[in-house]
Design a protein around this ligand. Structure first.
Ligand code: 5AD
Ligand code: SF4
Length: 436
């Protein structure tokens, strides 16, 4: 019996890639185990978006430097693509390095490993990759990821992704819709359309669907009750997307629209290709949509050249938009990115200070935003049960966690859609009671 362990870092794209890798390995006769100790083959599917993420894999590998005998180690994902064969120098006990565009070659690469080849690589970015992944082993029994576009053609000055995931390639609408239909028949009710920039989706087949059309059609697949998508780029985010959400109730009323900074000067230095005003226009579309839409974003503080005044514009933007949640990061220097050459690098302590202020402000905003839901009834997809509190864990269409109690009835609610009345609101979640 051949055993493997896999640990995944980074974004949903990586999580979904790991699901494809697991399916591929199982089809090759491998068995997945829960700890690296039990495994003959240890995979790390890595992220290099920030230095901290990149360091994680090397600290994991370090642990096995001495007592990893008899095991083989494989580095997949963005660090693999970025560092390539240098990984063999940094961690000599690694024997396979493979980027995401080469996962369809894994069966071949594994044969090379098994025949004793000590340094096997799959690093080509001119990909012959197929999006059709019949072997995917999905982790979540209710929500399924579907890749609609790979890679990124933008050139944000801070970002490694165009280098680690290569140029944009859209999948045909026929292939996407087939996977959505198959998933619905297999019992999934929620799908999440994935890509580094889903808004620039362009159907390569004659049908020529754009993203708004694909999104709308995905929401019309019988059996699919919720459709989410990630991630968006403001420059390619068109009003038709909001119109589709307004009209099609299966499309979740939540949009994640990364802004990165509230200062047009910083946005320009970041090569984001939009101004603060242009971003705010998209926010206005959401605010005047037919259904209320929750909005979340990503923010980087301490980008080179960011002054206190620029940072204050980001703080003001938080109030202006009233985000439901944010992901916020200190700028991290990445290899081979244009931002390395910029002047005005912000000291680490200053980045930390700005991040704390930003997060504190956002926490206060979330308390205010979430209080609005108290006394409202929300539909939740039940994702789990918390033994300690006796609460079911649900998620609303707006992507809020709603922990709720149910009086009477002891059937398992997981995977079901129930209605719950919100009785309390905190900064990060809602609490309530089931009304079904
Ligand atoms: N430093 C800090 N944050 C970054 N992100 C991307 N690159 C960097 C970097 N070099 C953030 C952006 C992006 C999110 C996924 O990660 O906010 O939207
Ligand atoms: Fe990390 Fe970006 Fe790669 Fe996702 S695409 S794993 S966020 S570097």
């Amino acid at each position: 019996m051949k055993t493997f362990y896999i640990e995944t870092f980074g974004c949903q794209m990586n999580a979904h890639d790991s699901e494809k890798v697991v399916g591929t390995l199982m089809a090759q006769g491998y068995t997945q185990v829960e700890t690296p100790d039990e495994a003959e083959l240890v995979f790390y599917n890595t992220c290099s978006i920030r230095d901290k993420a990149e360091q994680k894999v090397f600290s994991r590998l370090q642990q096995f430097k001495k007592d990893g005998k008899g095991k083989k180690f494989a580095v997949l994902g963005c660090v693999a693509q970025q560092e390539g064969e240098r990984i063999f120098e940094k961690a000599p006990h690694v024997s396979l390095v493979c980027g995401s565009a080469s996962y369809t070659k894994l069966p071949d690469l594994l044969v090379q490993l098994e025949t004793g080849n000590k340094r096997v690589t799959g690093l080509s970015l001119d990909t012959d990759q197929t999006f059709d992944t019949p072997l995917t082993r999905r982790d979540n029994p209710y929500r399924a990821y579907i890749t609609i576009i790979e890679g990124c053609d933008k050139s944000c000055a801070y970002c490694v992704v165009p280098m680690t995931r290569g140029p944009e390639r859209s999948r045909t609408s026929v292939s996407v819709m087939k996977e959505a239909g198959d998933l619905a028949r297999a019992g999934y009710t929620e799908i999440q359309l994935l890509g580094q920039n889903v808004n620039s989706y362009r159907d390569p087949s004659a049908a020529g669907w754009d993203f708004a059309k694909l999104l709308d059609e995905a929401g019309r697949v019988p059996g699919i009750r919720r459709v989410r998508f990630t991630t968006s780029h403001p420059r390619d985010f068109v009003k038709e997307i909001i119109d589709a959400i307004g009209e099609n109730p299966a499309l979740c009323n939540h949009v994640h629209l990364p802004v990165q900074s509230g200062s047009s000067k910083v946005l320009d230095a970041m090569q984001r290709q939009y101004t603060r005003d242009e971003y705010m226009r998209r926010i206005e579309w959401m605010k005047s949509a037919r259904r209320p839409i929750a909005i979340s974003t990503d923010i980087i503080v301490g980008f080179p050249g960011e002054t206190e005044a620029d940072f204050e514009q980001t703080l003001a933007l938080l109030d202006e938009v009233g985000y439901d949640s944010i992901f916020s990061f200190k700028y991290s220097q990445r290899p081979n990115t244009p931002a390395l050459r910029l002047d005005g690098h912000v000291p680490e302590e200053e980045k930390t200070r700005r991040l704390m202020i930003l997060q504190e402000k956002q926490r206060a905003i979330q308390i205010k935003q979430n209080a609005v839901y108290v006394a409202q009834v929300e539909e939740c997809l039940v994702e789990g049960f918390n033994q300690a509190t006796g609460q079911w864990i649900g998620r609303t269409s707006q992507n809020k966690t709603l922990n709720f109690l149910r009086r009477g009835g002891d059937d398992d609610l997981r995977g079901r859609y129930v209605e719950a009345r919100v009785t309390r609101a905190g900064p990060n979640s809602l609490a309530g009671e089931c009304v079904n």
